[in-house]
Ligand binder design. Structure first.
Ligand code: PAF
Length: 282
C-alpha cells in the first residue's frame, strides 16, 4: 500500500515505521516512465521507498513559469502505487519553507556555474537546497537520481561528499523512446515538428559514442557529434556539446568521459548525455 502524506509531522511518523533500509526518489511530479524506472531501481535496492513530489519554487528563474509547471498528483500516485512506493511525500510550499524562502542556500561551487548553470543562474542553488532539505526530512540510506540530468546527479554526489551527508547517491541510466529521444517532463511541450528536431540531440550523442567505439580520440568524437547535430532535422538551436570527465571536471584526453548536449527546440530547452570511452590521442 502507498501512503500519501502532506506534512512534515506525518512524514516523520511514516518514516519511523520504516524498519530496514530506506530509498528516496525526489521528483517534481508529472511522473513518466523515466521516473518509474527510478522508483523500480529504488524498490530493488531498499526495503522501503519514499517518493517526494514537490515543485520547488527555488529552482525556477524569473522567466521560468513556476505556476504553469504541470501538477498531476493523482496520476503520479498511480505511478507510485504501480512501482511499489511505500510513502509519497507531497508537501505544500509552506510545509517545505515555513519561514519563507530560505536566506541560507547551498552554493554549488564552480561546477554549478557551468553548463546548465550558465543559462539558468541560481538553478543549482535551488536544487541542492531542496535536495538537502528533503534528505534531512526523509533520512534515507540511498537516494536515486536519473543520469538524464547528469550535472544535477554530479552536484548531488559532490554535495553529499563535501558536506558528509550519510547517503549513497545512486545514478540510474536514462530511459529513451524507441527512436532515441530521452524521456523528459518537457517533451510534452514539443509539437510533432519540434519532436522531430529534438532527435538531433540523441543523434549527436549516438554519433559520438559510435566514433568512440571505433577508436576515435576526443577531438574526433566531438567532431562526429557536431557533424551529426548539424545534419539533423533543422529546428534545434545548439547551446553546448561538450566532452568532460565522468565527474564533469574539464577536458578528458583519454579513457572514460561524458558527452553532454543542450539545445533549444522552439521554446523548450532539452538536455541529454552519454558515456563514452576515449582512445588516447595518436
Ligand atoms: O530533478 C528534479 O525533478 C528536481 O530537480 C529535484 C531533484 C526533484 C529537486 O527539485
Amino acid at each position: 500500500m502507498t501512503e500519501l502524506v502532506h506534512t512534515r509531522a506525518d512524514l516523520a511518523t511514516a518514516r519511523a515505521d520504516c524498519k530496514g533500509t530506506v530509498g528516496v526518489v525526489m521528483t517534481m511530479g508529472a511522473l513518466h516512465s523515466g521516473h518509474e524506472t527510478l522508483l523500480r531501481a529504488a524498490r530493488e535496492r531498499a526495503d522501503h521507498v519514499i517518493v517526494t513530489v514537490f515543485v520547488n519554487p527555488l529552482q525556477f528563474g524569473p522567466t521560468e513559469d513556476f505556476d504553469r509547471y504541470p501538477r498531476t498528483l493523482d496520476a503520479d500516485l498511480e505511478v507510485c502505487r504501480r512501482a511499489g512506493a511505500d510513502v509519497v511525500f507531497a508537501p505544500s510550499v509552506t510545509q517545505m519553507y515555513p519561514d519563507g524562502q530560505p536566506s541560507v542556500r547551498i552554493d554549488p561551487g564552480p561546477l554549478g556555474a557551468d553548463l546548465e548553470g550558465l543559462s539558468r543562474p541560481g538553478f543549482f542553488h535551488g536544487v541542492l537546497t531542496v535536495v538537502l532539505k528533503l534528505l534531512q526530512l526523509t533520512r534515507p540510506d540511498l537516494t536515486f537520481f536519473g543520469e538524464k540530468d547528469y550535472q544535477q546527479l554530479a552536484l548531488v554526489r559532490r554535495m553529499c561528499r563535501d558536506l558528509d551527508v550519510p547517503v549513497e547517491v545512486v545514478g540510474v541510466p536514462t530511459v529513451r523512446e524507441p527512436d532515441g529521444l530521452a524521456l523528459s517532463s518537457r517533451n510534452r511541450y514539443l509539437s510533432a515538428g519540434e519532436r522531430e528536431a529534438a532527435l538531433t540531440l540523441s543523434a549527436a550523442l549516438r554519433a559520438g559514442v559510435d566514433a568512440a567505439e571505433a577508436g576515435a580520440d576526443a577531438g574526433a568524437v566531438l567532431a562526429a557529434a557536431h557533424a551529426a547535430f548539424g545534419a539533423g532535422t533543422p529546428g534545434a538551436d545548439l547551446d553546448y556539446l561538450v566532452l568532460t570527465d565522468p565527474d564533469l571536471e574539464p577536458g578528458p584526453v583519454a579513457g572514460p568521459a561524458r558527452l553532454l548536449v543542450a539545445a533549444w527546440v522552439g521554446g523548450t530547452r532539452l538536455i541529454d548525455n552519454a558515456a563514452v570511452h576515449l582512445a588516447p590521442r595518436p
